[in-house]
Every structure is written in C-alpha cells, then in structure tokens.
Design a protein around this ligand. Structure first.
Ligand code: HEC
Length: 107
C-alpha cells in the first residue's frame, strides 16, 4: 500500500510538471518581463498615472479594462516608451497566457 501511494505521488508530480511546461504561467511571464517597469513607482506606472490621471489604476494588475488585443499590440509593437518583445523573449503561447493573466477578473 505504501509503495502504491508513493508511486501515485511520483506520478502526480510528473504529470503536474508536464502540465506546467505545456502551459506557461501568465503571472511568471508578467513578473519576469513587465513588473520591472509596471510595479508601483516604476516608469510604466508613473507614465500611466500621468496618462489617466488616476481615473484608472496605474498598476496593470489592478486594471479591469485591459483587453488581450491591446496587450498583444503593446508587447509586439511597443509603446511610446515601452519596448518591443520578440518571440524569442515572449513566445506566442506565453503572450496568450500573459494576456489571460492580465485580463482575468481581479475579484
Ligand atoms: C522598459 C519598461 C517597460 C517594460 C519592460 C514594459 N512596459 Fe508596458 N509600458 C511602459 C511605459 C513607459 C508605458 C506607457 C507609455 C508608453 O506607451 O510607452 C507602458 C504602457 C503599457 C500598456 C498600455 C496601457 C494603456 O492603457 O495605455 C500596456 C497594456 C503595457 N504597457 C503592458 C506591458 C506588458 C504586458 C509588459 C510585459 C511584457 C510591459 N508592458 C513591459 C514601460 C514598460
């Protein structure tokens, strides 16, 4: 019985590892590539604070109005200040996960 439970635990670990590698975490992509500029007080948040004058949150993860299309355009084409991200940096699958992460309801 113990061996069976052990085998099941190993199997669960293995399959969760596979699931993770197939489906990237949007949050992880965000934290790696976006957070350096988009955390509170950094250039992205400061610029967005000026743009919207506080009418909507300056921090992207607090926004409820973001659409996947806007995120894709910004990431691939860049903004006035924001850089372009290549597919070797953020793959299409990662971009999709990122867009899902940023557009999912906050509550
Ligand atoms: C080098 C700093 C920097 C990085 C890294 C960065 N951004 Fe930005 N981002 C900005 C700045 C500055 C602005 C506002 C000015 C502009 O349009 O460039 C902005 C604007 C945006 C906007 C526009 C919001 C609006 O309402 O106009 C979105 C969406 C966005 N960023 C998403 C992202 C995502 C997603 C990532 C990660 C892949 C990211 N940014 C990485 C600096 C950055």
């Amino acid at each position: 019985m113990k061996a069976l439970i052990g085998a099941l635990a190993v199997l669960t670990l293995l399959t969760s590892g596979i699931a993770n590698s197939a489906e990237p975490s949007g949050q992880a992509v965000y934290e790696k590539w976006c957070l350096p500029c988009h955390r509170a007080g950094q250039v992205g948040s400061v610029q967005l604070q000026q743009r919207y004058k506080g009418a909507i949150p300056a921090v992207l993860t607090e926004r409820t109005d973001l659409q996947p299309a806007l995120i894709s355009v910004l990431v691939r084409k860049g903004g006035q200040v924001m850089p372009i991200f290549r597919k070797t940096e953020i793959s299409d699958v990662e971009l999709e996960a990122l867009a899902t992460y940023l557009t999912k309801p906050t509550k």
